[in-house]
Design a protein around this ligand. Structure first.
Ligand SMILES: Cc1cc2nc3c(=O)[nH]c(=O)nc-3n(C[C@H](O)[C@H](O)[C@H](O)COP(=O)(O)OP(=O)(O)OC[C@H]3O[C@@H](n4cnc5c(N)ncnc54)[C@H](O)[C@@H]3O)c2cc1C
Ligand SMILES: NC(=O)c1ccc[n+]([C@@H]2O[C@H](COP(=O)([O-])OP(=O)(O)OC[C@H]3O[C@@H](n4cnc5c(N)ncnc54)[C@H](OP(=O)(O)O)[C@@H]3O)[C@@H](O)[C@H]2O)c1
Length: 539
């Protein structure tokens, strides 16, 4: 019997793929068999190889253009109109991304890019998940969704029920929360402070939850019962009106958001009124602002603006957004607090006309919830906010206000794991006498040497506004030395102003003490980010 020689197996792998000749021959044979090809082969790209062998081969760095066209709108400080302008003419996923608040905060269960891709791909139908973007984002997403085949999703797609099937153990995502008990709470801001900030602690025993320093904790809040009663009164509806096996009152307490009045509520009101009132409600439903008060209209204010409208309770509930969880940076380390997790929560309260508006979750955690209460919670894993793997690396932490939260966790973690790296914290707030959160702990850490340096910035102690970035400039020489020694830099807190100012200060330090041009310094800081040495947890 004669044997026909087999044709040589074509090469599917790029020349520079990191395999031995034997591995290369075996893999090429495998691909030839899989693809049933004998010739005319296009070698796999390095990206393809990286996909096929995750962990073995690193995906090549995509240039910003390949990845997302540079996403010039990916800036949380830029207003939506500016972001949409920059995204004009870009593919729909990019415009959807631009409509989001650009904080990559994870509250929606995605980052901005993944959320837009999930909407585009149809895996996600809820258009109102972007908490920081609020109504403005959901309105824009709805408009963009029209471009997809089939147009906007049914209203049900924006409701609580339209969640993806939960996967994994409870407490690992917002779609499948676990239960934890509030066990203690104390006020961090002292009497006399303009802030009302609290240390809030949960018992995780029995929840099956664990977490790493840098992770966030998601909490499902409940609305203020007084606000619920005021809404019920404005509706003139019976609190025990049955809605889906629950009462109307229960649904208003923890099922729906009573914050910004959704467009659909104004639509509903427009059906129930006539003349000028109808026109006004219609205008509000279309995102216009006929009386200049649209931004202040929560659900109660919307009902009060149209006194006498009496929507059917079921239709009313249908017109509202689901009550969403909020996330908080974890301010404890599990190593030093087994079975516990703590948060650092600033209670949001502000006045509009005669009524004080309450941030739903912060005032729930800082007041309405009682010690012993169980709540629905989950751990939101940090995507790019973690201590360096090498415990000997220096870290520089910049966290004014509640931005201190993850850094308390980092310090506890470094203490518990006896990490040898030096630790430098920049903390700032309004007044040293009232707003020095965790003062005793930090002083003890400083005394023990765990905290190598503590630099403080008080913005209202004197006539001059002193912020963390001013202190960074003052000690720029030392900062530069730490950076040269391989320090990892972290920033946490306000996304809109502080984070940008801190980054600018860092660039200025590199210019001044690293003796670089502004362009090189900006590139240097960008490289720190790309290499994971400059990480942000901002909101
Ligand atoms: C990753 C991440 C980490 C976070 N970590 C923390 C943390 O450690 N500690 C912490 O306290 N918060 C943290 N937050 C913020 C937190 O998630 C909530 O956004 C915050 O507690 C407010 O939620 P709320 O439900 O109390 O307020 P909401 O009911 O959502 O109300 C807040 C809204 O009220 C409006 N508003 C607020 N103040 C005013 C004002 N003065 N005038 C007019 N309107 C106003 C704004 O529209 C604002 O978006 C974090 C957020 C993210 C994304
Ligand atoms: N989503 C929400 O509704 C919500 C809830 C809680 C907090 N927040 C926001 O989250 C952020 C954190 O709030 P917080 O209570 O932790 O404290 P904060 O309001 O950020 O204040 C902390 C300190 O930062 C200072 N600061 C103000 N502008 C700054 C800037 N550009 N650069 C550096 N520092 C600056 C403040 O000074 P001065 O105030 O004296 O100027 C204060 O000393 C704030 O933006 C806050 O509005 C939002």
């Amino acid at each position: 019997m004669s044997i026909t020689p087999r044709p040589p197996i074509p090469s599917f792998l790029p020349e520079n793929a990191p395999f031995t000749p034997q591995q290369r021959a075996w893999l090429n044979g495998l691909f030839a068999g899989l693809f049933g090809l004998q010739g005319g082969v296009t070698p796999l790209s390095k990206q393809d190889v990286a996909k096929l062998f995750p962990g073995l081969v690193d995906a090549p760095e995509q240039t910003p253009d390949e990845a997302d066209d540079g996403a010039p709108w990916h800036d949380p400080a830029m207003p939506l109109t500016g972001r949409m302008k920059l995204a004009e003419g870009k593919p729909l996923t990019r415009r959807m991304m631009a409509a989001m608040a650009q904080q990559d905060c994870g509250q929606c269960g995605y980052n901005c890019q993944n959320y837009s891709e999930a909407l585009f791909g149809g895996q996600e139908k809820r258009l109102n998940l972007c908490v920081p973007g609020g109504k403005e984002t959901s309105r824009m997403l709805k408009q963009l969704y029209q471009e997809l085949e089939g147009g906007a999703p049914a209203t049900a797609a924006t409701s609580v029920e339209a969640t993806a099937t939960p996967e994994g153990a409870p407490g690992r995502s917002r779609d499948n929360p676990a239960s934890a008990t509030l066990v203690s709470r104390y006020r961090l801001s002292k009497p006399g402070s303009e802030k009302d900030t609290w240390h809030v602690e949960f018992d995780l025993t029995g929840s099956g939850l664990d977490y790493a320093a840098g992770d966030c904790f998601g909490v499902f809040p409940a609305n203020d019962p007084d606000l619920v009663d005021a809404v019920l009164a404005a509706l003139a509806a019976p609190p025990d009106f049955p809605i889906g096996g629950r009462t109307l009152r229960q649904t208003l307490v923890d099922g729906v958001s009573l914050s910004p009045a959704p467009d659909v509520l104004f639509q509903l009101i427009s059906y129930l009124t006539g003349g000028e009132r109808r026109k006004k409600a219609q205008a509000l439903a279309e995102g216009r602002d006929p009386d200049g008060d649209a931004a202040t209209l929560d659900v109660l204010a919307a009902l009060q603006k149209f006194p006498g409208v009496r929507p059917d309770p079921e239709a009313f509930v249908e017109s509202l957004d689901p009550l969403q969880p909020r996330v908080y940076s974890i301010s404890s380390s599990l190593k030093s607090n087994p079975g516990r997790v703590s948060l650092t929560v600033d209670a949001v309260r502000y006045a509009v006309d005669a009524r004080t508006r309450l941030g739903v979750c912060s005032t729930y955690l800082a007041g309405r919830a009682e010690v012993g209460d169980e709540m629905r919670v989950y751990v939101q894993k940090a995507q790019h906010f973690a201590l360096p793997e090498d415990p000997g690396k220096p870290i520089i932490m910049i966290g004014p206000g509640t931005g201190i939260a993850p850094f308390r966790a980092f310090l506890q973690e470094r203490q518990a794991s006896k990490a040898s790296g030096p630790n430098w914290l920049f903390f700032g707030h309004q007044r040293s006498n009232y707003d020095f959160f965790y003062e005793e702990e930090l002083r003890a850490m400083r005394a023990s040497g765990l905290l190598t340096r503590l630099t403080l910035a008080w913005s209202r102690d004197s006539g001059e506004k002193i912020y963390v970035q001013h202190r960074m400039r003052e000690v720029g020489r030392d900062l530069w030395t730490w950076i040269k020694e391989g320090a990892h830099i972290y920033v946490c807190g306000d996304a809109l102003r502080m984070a940008k100012d801190v980054e600018n200060a860092l660039v200025a330090v590199v210019v001044e003490h690293g003796k670089q041009s502004p362009q090189d310094a900006a590139r240097f800081v960008a490289d720190l980010k790309n290499n994971g040495r400059y990480q942000a947890d901002v909101y």
